[in-house]
Design a protein around this ligand. Structure first.
Ligand code: SF4
Length: 383
């Protein structure tokens, strides 16, 4: 759907013989099998197209064991979009009824009940955040912030209040459809895109601020293409908004953070939207010491392990990918790993727990800013 036939054919033709971006594919490094590399996938797709191979569960396992983080394209001199090619292949598998069982079950669940978690109005008002039903800005929370990462949502609300910017939220925020797009359920993604677009239009806002990177990407580039009409509504990620608040002195810093900090660039923000400056500007305002950059950072940053909905099909591989990124963070000597997306935070925390590791603090940039601004809130022991 997102590659023309010509682009698709050319990408398959190029990838089937090419090893150039293998070194950037963390799944390939973890799984260590040729068929799970970009070249392996290219060769499999070529064989499927040529009738040398049949679509089956084995092909599906390979195509659903990927990160889709656009890092491959950054290593590709031909600028081929291997990630979108994989999503196209997932869509073909999904349509043929060959997607893995847990993928189909997840897609059915989310279509039946697209509401992603707790009521954000309740979470925010419980923490003393003031909302304004007349606000023309909608804070779009995303599933991680409505479940395991509610502290990020609360800090975002506190910062809106501090910056003097009115906000509202959807009391029954549905899924943006990003997960279904990634999993190749394009019909489901269309259904949810139309639904979310109507919800956003009905609440009469001119601006949406996304708290998580994947919802941001969906609302920015995919919702309209899947038939959801949000034309004319501006979509921002909270990092860019916070950078503006600092530029306009809307967030006074009560005390700079003295810990040694490293920053994980979420794939979507760094590669799809190329915003690597906002978080660094923010960190320069709130840290006492210079930021410690990881060996791979900015546009070449490695994925946290949650890309491409990998945790759903291969949580083991996803945890190992996250572990490699945590090791990169530890190599900087930092005691705090900050990221710009609640889904990355969730992934790192789960992987740390799976490794029995507790020597590094994982925190969202929004929360670190709230901490520097001296904003506190009652902690829910469950989150
Ligand atoms: S995406 Fe580019 S670098 Fe990677 S395998 Fe395909 S042609 Fe080679």
């Amino acid at each position: 759907m997102f590659l023309s036939k010509k682009e698709r054919d050319e990408t398959i033709w190029a990838c089937r013989f090419c090893m150039m971006c293998n070194c950037a594919d963390r799944v390939a490094q973890v799984v260590r099998r040729e068929s799970y590399t970009p070249r392996g996938r290219g060769a499999i797709m070529f064989a499927l197209e040529s009738g040398l191979l049949e679509y089956d569960e084995g092909v599906a396992d390979i195509m659903y064991t990927t990160l889709n983080d656009r890092l491959l394209q950054h290593w590709c001199v031909g600028n081929y979009d291997h990630e979108e090619l994989v999503i196209d292949m997932r869509a073909r598998l999904f349509k043929k009824g060959l997607a893995p069982e847990e993928v189909v079950a997840f897609a059915n669940r989310i279509k039946k009940n697209p509401i992603k978690g707790e009521n954000p109005e309740k979470i925010l008002s419980g923490a003393g955040v003031t909302m304004d039903s007349d606000s023309d800005t909608l804070l779009f929370c995303g599933s991680a912030a409505l479940n395991s990462q509610q502290s990020t949502l609360i800090c975002a609300g506190k910062l809106f209040n501090q910056a003097g910017q009115p906000l509202k939220v959807l009391s029954d925020e549905p899924s943006s459809g990003w997960a279904l797009y990634q999993l190749g359920d394009f019909e489901g993604a269309k259904q949810l895109s139309k639904r979310i677009a109507k919800k956003i239009r009905d609440c009469r806002v001119s601006k949406v601020v996304a708290l998580d990177a994947d919802s941001y990407r969906m609302l920015m580039g995919r919702t309209t293409r899947f038939g959801g009409d949000i034309k004319g509504i501006k979509v921002h990620h909270i990092n860019a908004l916070m950078a503006d608040w600092f530029k306009n002195n809307q967030i006074p810093v009560a005390g700079r953070i003295s810990d040694t900090v490293t920053y994980h660039d979420p794939c979507v923000l760094a590669r799809f939207f190329e915003d690597v400056d906002s978080p660094r500007l923010i960190l320069s305002k709130i840290l006492k010491n210079p930021l410690k950059e990881m060996a791979s950072s900015k546009k070449l940053a490695n994925c946290c392990g949650a890309g491409g909905m990998l945790p759903l099909h291969r949580p083991d591989v996803s945890d190992q990918v996250a572990g490699l990124r945590i090791d990169e963070a530890a190599d900087t000597g930092a005691s705090v790993l900050v990221s710009g997306c609640p889904r990355c935070d969730d992934k790192f925390k789960r992987s740390m727990a799976a490794r029995g590791q507790d020597d590094m603090r994982i925190i969202n940039l929004v929360e670190l800013v709230a901490e520097a601004a001296g904003l506190t809130f009652p902690t829910n022991p469950n989150h």
